[in-house]
Ligand binder design. Structure first.
Ligand code: F3S
Length: 389
């Protein structure tokens, strides 16, 4: 792999131990995957934030590093709301450790913004054809597929290394040839809302290492594509997909030779697991402005009878005060910086109702909590009435 003279010097330790370590991580990755060089990135999103996931060993590792992020860098969701953690039932010891992790990242110039939907809060963080080094799988999928930016799914050390160096190795989804669709998926039925998450649950394992291009009967919204990508990334590690006549790169390549069809009856089956929810949780991935407005409308002048948690980014919550007020007035809890999957706060519940295919897949595995999928309106209805329909 070719390195410029400056990069060589960093590699040799002339800019300090941390940067040498970072350069070594990037070069090793690049050599494994056959990168020709390092390329500058517009932004970085760093995973490995929740104390529950990285523990004391992770905290030590970050604390030992020195340097300053050279490009805008933000964090993935943490294990708790950084301000309202007591309301989540998080204990003092966990909170202290979690806040230390955030401070350690902040010292490295990584912004203490913890969200998996950075594209909802910063217009300039990812644009068409930008190279990025993002970590969280749903964010990676959205950036690649819906925005047409370019990022591999970076592990936490590689993302942090990219933030401190400002570059990433040029391989995988940074290259045109890796982005060409190889499988057409025709989807039958007029899908809406959580149906896209349900579709992602089915499509993820079918896609394997292909790049799918979808054909829909009805044009999905960006929020629906966010659900589709998140679920496919969770069930099948899919980091890029296209949608015919919709996503920015869908017209750039030849038609794939192979086509498969997913029928509505298969999608419907994903809704078939039932349990009696003691928590209804919305916001995987973190809710965007339109979703917040819709939730506020659905909860307007009403009162919830069941525990309802909504997750979003702090910046968005600050910018959408009216919606947040309406949501909280209903008795629902709106949390920032975290989510129902990465926070240990979810573990005390028995059954969670969600509107997300990704959460449906992860909540039982990571939190040990049963999970049932419904459309957003049904989730809210259930929180309001407290009863089965
Ligand atoms: Fe985001 Fe947590 Fe879901 S990080 S994509 S809300 S699992």
């Amino acid at each position: 792999m070719y390195l410029t003279m400056d990069e060589e010097r960093i590699y040799d330790g002339e800019s300090g131990e941390t940067l040498a370590k970072c350069m070594e991580i990037l070069v090793t990755l690049g050599e494994i995957y056959g990168a020709d060089r390092l390329i500058p990135v517009r932004s970085v999103q760093v995973a490995g934030v929740s104390y529950r996931t990285i523990g004391d060993a992770g905290l030590e590792w970050i604390r030992d590093l020195e340097g300053e992020a050279r490009v805008p860098a933000i964090l993935n969701p943490a294990g708790m709301d950084l301000e309202e953690w007591k309301k989540m039932g998080i204990d003092e010891e966990f909170a202290e450790r979690q806040l230390e992790i955030i401070r350690a990242y902040e010292r490295l110039g990584v912004r203490p913004e913890c969200t998996c939907t950075p594209y909802h809060v910063h217009n300039d963080i990812a644009r068409f054809r930008d190279h990025l080094a993002w970590s969280e799988s749903s964010a990676v999928s959205f950036a690649n597929s819906v925005i047409g930016a370019r990022t591999n799914r970076e592990g936490a050390p590689a993302a942090l290394a990219a933030a401190l160096i400002g570059k990433t190795p040029n391989y995988g989804l940074h290259l045109d040839e890796e982005r060409e669709p190889t499988l057409t998926i025709k989807v039958e039925g007029r899908l809406e809302d959580s149906d896209f998450g349900a579709l992602g649950v089915i499509a993820g394992p079918l896609v394997k290492s292909e790049v799918p291009i979808f054909e829909f009967e009805v044009r999905p919204t960006p929020e629906e594509l966010k659900q589709l990508g998140a679920a496919m990334a969770a069930t099948g590690s899919v980091a890029l997909y296209h949608v015919k006549r919709l996503t920015p790169e869908s017209e750039l390549y030849r038609e794939p030779r192979e086509t498969i069809t997913i029928e509505w009856s298969e999608i419907r089956e994903v809704y078939n697991h039932h349990c009696e929810p003691d928590l209804i949780a919305i916001g995987c991935p973190h809710t965007g402005p339109k979703e917040l407005a819709r939730l506020a409308e659905l909860l307007k002048e009403k009162q919830v009878k069941k525990e309802l948690w909504i997750f979003t980014s702090r910046k968005l919550a600050r910018e959408h005060k009216e919606e947040v007020k309406e949501i909280r007035r209903s008795g629902a809890k709106l949390f920032c910086d975290t989510c129902m999957v990465v926070s240990p706060a979810s573990e005390r519940f028995k059954c969670m109702m969600v509107n997300s295919g990704k959460a449906l897949n992860y909540v039982p595995k990571i939190c040990g909590v049963e999970c049932t999928l419904r459309r957003t309106e049904e989730c809210i209805e259930r929180a309001l009435t407290g009863e089965k329909r």
